[in-house]
Design a protein around this ligand. Structure first.
Ligand SMILES: Cc1ncc(C[n+]2csc(CCOP(=O)(O)OP(=O)(O)O)c2C)c(N)n1
Ligand code: SF4
Ligand SMILES: [Mg+2]
Length: 338
């Protein structure tokens, strides 16, 4: 690997032609992932990028690392297996809202529940892009698509709520074109021990253009999103004069300087708190009632499946009377094959 960071960034790019549509949000997400790996100087041979099926799931082709474009919905299952079999690998799972939350919903929640040390990047464009525009489990209620010509009659999953409901310990959210927040949360996800879920609000220019526009557009973004930082008061807005406080058991948006509210009244973000109550409220905030939370919402510690599995195997092997071939060879015992 090159010492020069710029060169290192290029080294994570494969020689494959990137086939996403021009303007697709996936291009920016790919850049962020490559930048994070280069910044963290992770050797390419120690990285495995595992995906399911979908436009987003093409990403492993574009990475100059190990990778596996698996089958629809099974990215979490394969990523779990790779990590447990070889805990030294840095395992990244690339998945879409259809891949992870529809056909792959079961694998997704159980990987989280087990707390396997994988970094999941969930490309949420609220549509099935690859199959040309069917509604997905994250499409807004009433969304009109080829499979819902009169509008959907169901409420969508909120990925943060689902993660916390599955006993997840890491959840972050970013916007595809926001390189600063994306690289920050992906780095935090990589450093977190256990399953990290990063939801990326991604724009599909062809089948669901502008679905996140009312919060991601430059002119609205500062007033309609809040970038959470551990240990910092929850302030947002173009004028940096809006904030969040806890009113009884509910979050409330306030203006600093109005009704006697000062910065001291605002909630201070504690991403590391084990109790997920406030994290869930933050993850669930939706525009127009609230700003949409970006950044690391939850980053707490818990036992990690692959480490526990390894420890259990070592312990049982130690106690076992059954010896492996290696044990026999290294023990110096004399043995005879008849
Ligand atoms: C078993 C199986 N069922 C259905 C499909 C068809 N299929 C391929 S991708 C996809 C949805 C992809 O949507 P998403 O995961 O949101 O990815 P995007 O294309 O939006 O990035 C579907 C239904 C398939 N390939 N395999
Ligand atoms: S169809 Fe949508 S998600 Fe797929 S590559 Fe094109 S813009 Fe991206
Ligand atoms: Mg999708």
């Amino acid at each position: 690997m090159s010492e020069n960071n710029k060169l290192a960034f290029q080294e994570y790019k494969s020689d494959q032609r990137v086939r996403w549509c021009p303007g697709c949000g996936d291009h920016a997400i790919l850049n962020s992932i490559q930048k994070v790996m280069a910044d963290m100087k992770v050797p390419q041979e120690e990285v495995a990028v595992i995906s399911g099926i979908g436009c987003s799931s093409r990403l492993p082709y574009y990475m100059n690392t190990y990778g596996f474009h698996t089958i629809h919905g099974r990215a979490s299952a394969v990523a779990s297996g790779v990590k447990v079999a070889n805990p030294k690998l840095h395992v990244w799972q690339i998945t879409g809202d259809g891949d992870a939350l529809a056909i792959g919903g079961n694998h997704f929640i159980h990987a989280i529940r087990r707390n396997i040390d994988i970094n999941v990047i969930l490309f949420n464009n609220q549509i099935y892009g690859l199959t040309k525009g069917q509604y997905s489990p994250t499409s807004k209620r009433g969304f009109i698509s080829k499979t819902s010509p009169y509008g959907t009659i169901e409420y969508p999953f909120r990925p943060g709520e689902l993660t916390i409901g599955a006993r997840g310990y890491f959840f972050a959210r970013t916007i595809d074109k926001d390189l600063k927040v994306s690289t920050k949360v992906m780095k935090a996800a990589a450093e977190h021990k256990g399953t990290s879920i990063v939801e990326v609000l991604q724009n599909c220019v062809i089948y669901n253009d502008n679905t996140h526009k009312e919060i991601t557009d430059k002119q609205f973004k500062d007033d309609r999103t809040i970038v959470l930082e551990h240990g910092k008061p929850m302030i947002f807005g173009k004028e940096r004069n809006k904030g969040l406080l806890l009113d009884g058991i509910k979050l409330r948006v306030v203006t600093i300087g109005e009704d006697g509210v000062t910065e001291k009244d605002l909630l201070v973000h504690d991403a590391h708190c084990e109790d997920p109550t406030i994290h869930l409220k933050l993850a669930d905030m939706e525009y127009p009632d609230f700003p949409v939370a970006l950044g690391v919402i939850r980053d707490s510690e818990a036992p990690v499946y692959d480490q526990c599995a390894r420890m259990q195997i070592d312990e049982i092997r130690e106690r076992s009377k059954i010896k492996t071939f290696k044990d026999l060879v290294t023990s110096g015992e004399v043995w005879e094959v008849k």
